[in-house]
Ligand binder design. Structure first.
Ligand SMILES: NC(=O)c1ccc[n+]([C@@H]2O[C@H](COP(=O)([O-])OP(=O)(O)OC[C@H]3O[C@@H](n4cnc5c(N)ncnc54)[C@H](O)[C@@H]3O)[C@@H](O)[C@H]2O)c1
Length: 376
C-alpha cells in the first residue's frame, strides 16, 4: 500500500503520525511510505532519519495527499486539508467528530474512509489509542502543578516532596483511571502526601494493591472532597464519565475552603472539566486565577511534550496501521472488531451512531456498509 505521512498544520501541533521506526516496520511489510519534508522535526525526527528508515520525502502536503492510499496523522484534518482528501482514501487519525460539525460534513463530502483513533475499542471497552495521551497528561499534571506551586509562578511556595524536617505537599487526585493513577504515581514518587478518590470501589481495591504507601485511597463523595481540598496544595481533575460531560465535583463556592495560592490542574477540561471554574486554556497562556486559586486547564497537554507523545502514540497506533496496510481497511476491519469500531465515516456514510446523533444526520449501520464491500 502507498502510505502518506503529512506534516501537522494545526496550530502548535508538533506531533507526527509515524516515526522513522514506524516507517521501517511498514517498509518491512512491503509498503511504500511518503513523508512530508520536516514532518517529524517538531518531535525530534530529521528528514535524514526517515530516509534512512526507507521513506521517500515529498516537499508539499499536496503531494503527500495526492499519492497516498492511506494517510497516517495525528490531529483531525483542518479546512486547508479538506480539498486534498480523495474519494476512498483511508485516513487513520484522531477525528473527535462529535465536536466537529464542519469536519463531519467535510469528510462526508470527501467520501473518504475515516478511521478514528479515539473510537478504536477493545473487548474490555478500553480505548487503546486514547490511553497513551492520558498517561502523558496524567504524568504531566504533577510536573505542571509543582511548577505553578512555586512562589514566582504565583503559587503558595510549596515544594511537593518537602525536605527532612518539613511536611510534604498534599495532592488530591480526583478520578482513579489512566490520568489519575499516572498523576498519583508521579506525585507519590516526588514524596508528596497523595489522596486519590474514585467512585468505583473495585477500582480503589485494585489501586490499593498497586499504589505506594503514600497514596491514600478514598471514596469520592461531596463530603470527602470538601475535607480533602481544605488541606490540599494541588488538586488534579481526572474524572471521566464516558460519553458525558464531566461532573462538577468542585464548585465555585467550594474554592473558599482551599488555601490561597494552591493549584488546580483540571485534566478533564476537554470534557468540560470536573471543577466548575475551569475553562480551556492553551500552552501559550496556560493559567488563570479564581478566588486566589491558580487554575491550569490546557486542553491538549501532551502537545507540550511532542517527542514523548509521538512515540507513546505511535507505539499504540503502529500495530493497527500495519494491519490496515497489509489487509486493506475492509478486510482488516472485517477481521478485527476493535479496529472496526474506529470506522466513523465510510464513503460519505456515517457508520458511528454517536456522530450521526450529535448532528441529527443519517446513520448507516456498519454491518450494512461492510456487507456491500467484498471481504475475503
Ligand atoms: N487535557 C488533556 O490534555 C487530556 C489528555 C488526555 C486525557 N484527558 C482527559 O482526562 C479525563 C480522564 O481520562 P482517563 O483516561 O483517565 O479516563 P478513565 O476512564 O481512565 O478514568 C476516569 C475515572 O474517573 C472515575 N470517576 C467517574 N466519576 C467520578 C467521580 N464522581 N469521582 C471520582 N472519580 C470518578 C471513573 O471511575 C474512572 O476511574 C478525560 O476527560 C480525558 O479526555 C485530557
Amino acid at each position: 500500500m502507498i502510505i502518506g505521512v503529512p506534516k501537522e498544520i494545526k496550530n502548535n501541533e508538533n506531533r507526527v503520525g509515524c516515526t522513522p521506526g514506524g516507517v521501517a516496520e511498514l517498509k518491512k511489510n512491503g509498503h511504500i511510505i511518503y513523508v512530508q519534508a520536516s514532518a517529524g522535526v517538531g518531535s525530534g525526527f530529521s528528514d535524514e532519519e526517515y530516509v534512512h528508515a526507507g521513506a521517500s520525502m515529498l516537499n508539499t502536503i499536496e503531494e503527500v495527499y495526492a499519492i497516498a492510499e492511506m494517510i497516517i496523522k495525528v490531529k483531525e484534518p483542518i479546512a486547508l486539508e479538506y480539498p486534498l482528501i480523495k474519494e476512498n482514501q483511508l485516513l487513520f487519525t484522531y477525528f473527535h467528530f462529535a465536536s466537529g460539525e464542519e469536519l463531519t460534513h467535510a469528510m462526508i463530502k470527501a467520501k473518504a474512509i475515516c478511521l478514528a483513533y479515539e473510537t478504536v475499542e477493545k473487548e474490555d471497552r478500553s480505548l487503546p489509542l486514547l490511553v497513551p495521551m492520558s498517561e502523558v497528561a496524567g504524568r504531566m499534571s504533577i510536573q505542571e502543578g509543582a511548577k505553578y506551586l512555586e512562589k514566582p509562578m504565583g503559587g503558595r511556595g510549596v515544594l511537593l516532596g518537602g525536605v527532612p524536617g518539613t511536611k510534604p505537599g498534599k495532592v488530591l487526585v480526583l478520578g482513579g483511571g489512566v490520568v489519575g493513577t499516572n498523576a498519583a504515581k508521579m506525585a507519590a514518587g516526588l514524596g508528596a502526601d497523595v489522596t486519590l478518590m474514585d467512585i468505583s470501589l473495585s477500582r480503589l481495591r485494585y489501586l490499593s494493591d498497586v499504589m505506594p504507601a503514600n497514596v491514600k485511597l478514598l471514596m469520592s463523595s461531596h463530603y470527602n472532597i470538601i475535607e480533602a481540598i481544605k488541606e490540599s496544595d494541588l488538586v488534579i481533575g481526572g474524572v471521566l464519565i464516558p460519553g458525558a460531560k464531566a461532573p462538577h465535583l468542585i464548585t465555585r463556592d467550594m474554592l473558599k475552603y482551599m488555601k490561597q495560592g494552591s493549584v488546580i490542574v483540571d485534566v478533564a477540561v476537554d470534557q468540560g472539566g470536573c471543577i466548575e471554574t475551569c475553562h480551556p486554556t492553551t500552552h501559550q497562556d496556560p493559567i488563570y486565577e479564581v478566588d486566589g486559586i491558580i487554575h491550569y486547564c490546557v486542553a491538549n497537554m501532551p502537545g507540550a511534550v511532542p517527542y514523548t507523545s509521538t512515540i507513546a502514540l505511535t507505539n499504540a497506533t503502529l500495530p493497527y496501521a500495519v494491519q490496515l496496510a497489509n489487509k486493506g481497511w475492509d478486510k482488516a476491519c472485517a477481521h478485527s472488531k476493535e479496529l472496526s469500531l474506529g470506522l466513523n465515516i465510510i464513503q460519505g456514510k456515517i457508520v458511528y451512531k454517536a456522530v450521526a446523533e450529535a448532528f441529527g444526520l443519517d446513520y448507516t449501520p456498519l454491518e450494512e456498509v461492510m456487507s456491500s464491500v467484498s471481504v475475503a
